[in-house]
Design a protein around this ligand. Structure first.
Ligand code: ADP
Ligand code: MG
Length: 692
């Protein structure tokens, strides 16, 4: 239940003065549906409106204020022309320019001879000094209405920044004093104002410096948001821990399977498996994220966990986002597991009739202990005898509901999520604070690093020539086309054009995949590539993460400067999987910006996904965390994952401490924290991505 103190903030925006049926949809577009959303708008600039000056002091391009006399109206000669109003003080002249058909009204409101204070941007044009649509035109008696410093708010057509600002101030008046939810000692140490004061400073900046994310009031608001989020995650984690789940003892089976493998585990793999086994032994429900670069050996670790489950009489399900990935997983694990009597079935959308019925029977009876599959796994007809572990590959590709449906096929089912998107350590808490995380940050030995080169686009002909030679010699290559625009249509056109051009030189073995293709068709092309029927695969960025084509040794990325580092790293990870030398060519359009140059350099120097992710965050600053957002970074209002990174860790510790000491949030601070959580509504947001 929402605490009463929040009612005014959760009222619809229509309750704000001046927000009627015409304005409401506009304001909702800018802010959101409730008063809180308007309160949370943030000015992104300030205008310093100097006090009234003389016209002779006017500076082109500056926002300034003058006290003038209205002298003359010049009617427009056609509709396209503006009204011009000549004004003057004893130092000079200026024209006020008004477009639109409201000349008579203007003349009534500001008759010739009247004195007015006008404020707006001064321009020196070929018509002389002018001010187009002054921001303010008021009687000198009301000059106080013009703010010295004016915060500029986001706006939309039909709703100028100034009106948005007025609504934000109106919302600020509705904001009550809140019970303090932060630790007083911490507030004092950081010099944070209280919540309401912080918002008041947010909406009343006294200069540019007040807009910085590092000001005490902005840091306070960011910390509130981070704490609300961390608290919600810590609570969910604690709740899940309280749910009893099957204790799974590590028997001898996994060891016998490992003895068959032609390699030894890396230290990082050993640690990840040990983490999983500690969870299995605890009798609490596990939710663990195993993070590691493509090819770092996550699947093999999961296979051992599945062997433990089978050994103790339970079943596991391994779910992959595409059919081709499911098939590859099946091929990886069915051999080693099958050799020791563990039944593995592959279930995809392609299974029909008697074959499918037989697979379903094997799972329902417990005759098969492991199911590998796609979305087909969580259909209603799929039942398990005793499902105890769900493994999700590329977890960000699944919705929460999908994961939960699969987990619901057993009781208190353990979860292992696998992700090949390395997250900087500073952000791990933000994205996965509700999960336990094991990082596989070590590569299996014997991999040859991918030789990476940056080549200007002008030399593309040379690259195509080399590609043809390589293809004739039996090599396979990816050619990734750039994300030029927001529109998939034009990206697709670029990819099609490239495929056509490559076909002319290399021949018919050039294939094309893109996001608009039906999944079955996409899978078919990918399968042809995996089988070697396609030598060069042109793709938009849809190339499946994790697809294993050991024979592919060349990765060409067009307009590499447009990709995020993490993305480039993932793309590059698609080659260099066999023992043969691999190459990655980063084609770029010169000249490179300094940041782009740095990015490409980092990629050339290291091949460690975690290092790259950390650098990526640094280079992007907080501003453009798009790639990270796509991989699940929450859309914070105040917190900036880069500028406020040190606050993330503090909030995480704070949240854990609160949950340990006051799990029900019953203390005075606990009650205030409940208000904070409701204010930010994290619970509702998180339910959507609940890992179960
Ligand atoms: P991921 O799931 O992280 O992409 P996989 O578990 O599929 O990685 O492993 C990639 C490849 O590396 C597989 O062919 C696997 O057999 C092999 N592999 C895994 N672990 C090791 C290791 N410790 N040493 C050598 N090869 C390994
Ligand atoms: Mg994988």
């Amino acid at each position: 239940m929402r605490p009463e103190i929040l009612f005014p903030l959760f009222a619809p925006i229509g309750t704000l003065k001046g927000v009627g049926p015409r304005v409401a949809p506009l304001l909702e577009r800018v802010a959101g549906p409730i008063v809180r959303d308007v309160l949370w708008l943030q000015p992104h600039a300030v205008i310093e409106r100097a006090r009234a000056r003389r016209l002779s002091d006017a500076v082109d391009g500056r926002v300034m204020t003058f006290e003038v006399t209205i002298q003359d109206y010049q009617k427009p000669r056609s509709q396209a022309q503006p009204w011009r109003v000549q004004v003057a003080d004893d130092s000079g002249l200026m024209m006020l320019v008004f477009f639109g058909r409201f000349g008579d009204q203007l003349q009534q409101r500001h008759p010739v001879g009247a004195r007015r204070v006008v404020s707006g941007k001064v321009e020196e044009s070929k018509f002389g000094r002018q001010m187009v649509h002054p921001d303010y035109t008021v009687d000198p008696a009301k000059a106080d209405e013009i703010p010295d410093i004016e915060a500029v708010y986001p706006a939309t057509e039909g709703l100028p920044p100034r009106r948005v600002r007025a609504f934000a101030h109106e919302a600020l008046e509705r904001a009550p004093e809140m019970p303090e939810w932060q630790d007083p000692a911490f507030l004092a140490r950081e010099g944070f104002p209280n919540w309401r004061e912080a918002l008041s400073r947010l909406h009343n900046p006294t200069g540019e410096a007040d807009l910085s994310p590092l000001t005490p009031h902005r840091r306070r608001l960011a910390y509130d948001e981070l704490l609300a989020h961390q608290l919600a995650m810590a609570q969910r984690k604690a709740a899940r821990r309280r749910e009893p789940a099957a204790r799974i003892a590590a028997g001898g089976l996994a060891g016998r399977i490992r003895a068959d493998l032609p390699f030894a585990f890396t230290g990082a793999q050993e640690r990840a498996l040990a983490d999983i086994r500690a969870d299995f032994a605890a009798g609490e429900r596990m939710s663990r994220l195993v993070q590691g670069d493509v090819g770092s050996g996550k699947t093999v670790v999961a296979m051992c966990a599945m062997a433990d489950v089978a050994d103790s009489g339970g079943q596991s399900a391994l779910m992959a986002p595409t059919e081709i990935l499911a098939r590859q997983h099946f091929e990886t694990i069915s051999g080693p597991l099958g050799a020791h009597g563990v039944g593995v079935v592959l279930l995809t959308g392609r299974d029909k009739g008697a074959v499918r019925a037989e697979k379903l029977r094997a799972l329902a009876s417990g005759q098969a202990q492991v199911a590998v599959g796609t979305h087909a796994l969580f259909q209603d007809e799929v039942a398990f005898h005793r499902l105890q572990l769900v493994v999700i590959d590329e977890q960000h590709r699944f919705g929460v509901a999908e994961r939960q449906r699969l987990q619901a096929k057993g009781e208190a089912v353990h979860l292992i999520a696998m992700s090949a998107t390395p997250i900087p350590r500073t952000l791990e808490l933000t994205m996965y604070g509700d999960l336990d995380v094991s990082r596989i940050d070590e590569k299996p030995p014997g991999r040859t690093p991918v030789a990476t080169r940056a080549v200007p686009m002008g030399r593309v002909g040379e690259i195509v020539g080399r590609l043809r030679e390589a293809a004739q010699g039996g090599a396979q290559a990816f050619w990734i086309c750039p994300l030029v625009s927001e529109s998939e249509v034009s990206d697709l056109a670029a990819a099609e054009k490239r495929a056509l051009a490559l076909r002319k030189v290399i021949g018919p073995s050039v294939g094309l995949v893109h996001g608009k293709m039906p999944p079955a068709e996409k899978d078919a092309v990918m399968a042809d590539f995996a089988d070697g029927k396609v030598s060069v695969l042109v793709a938009t960025t849809v190339v499946e993460v994790g697809v294993n084509v050991p024979n592919a040794t060349i990765m060409v990325i067009e307009q590499a400067e447009r990709f995020g580092l993490a993305q480039l790293h993932q793309l590059r990870g698609r080659v260099g999987r066999g023992s043969r030398e691999s190459a990655c060519v980063l084609l770029y359009d010169p000249p490179l910006s300094e940041t782009a140059q740095q990015r490409l350099d980092i990629l050339r120097r290291t091949d460690d996904g975690f290092v790259i992710a950390e650098k990526d965050l640094e280079l992007r600053g907080g501003g453009d965390a798009l790639g990270l957002r796509q991989s699940g970074l929450p859309d914070y209002v105040f917190a900036d994952p880069f500028a406020h990174r040190e606050l993330i860790a503090i909030a995480g510790d704070d949240a854990r401490l609160v949950v340990a000491r006051d799990p029900e949030l019953k203390s005075a601070r606990g009650k205030a924290l409940q208000v904070l959580q409701e204010l930010f509504d994290w619970k509702a947001g998180l339910a959507l991505r609940d890992a179960g």
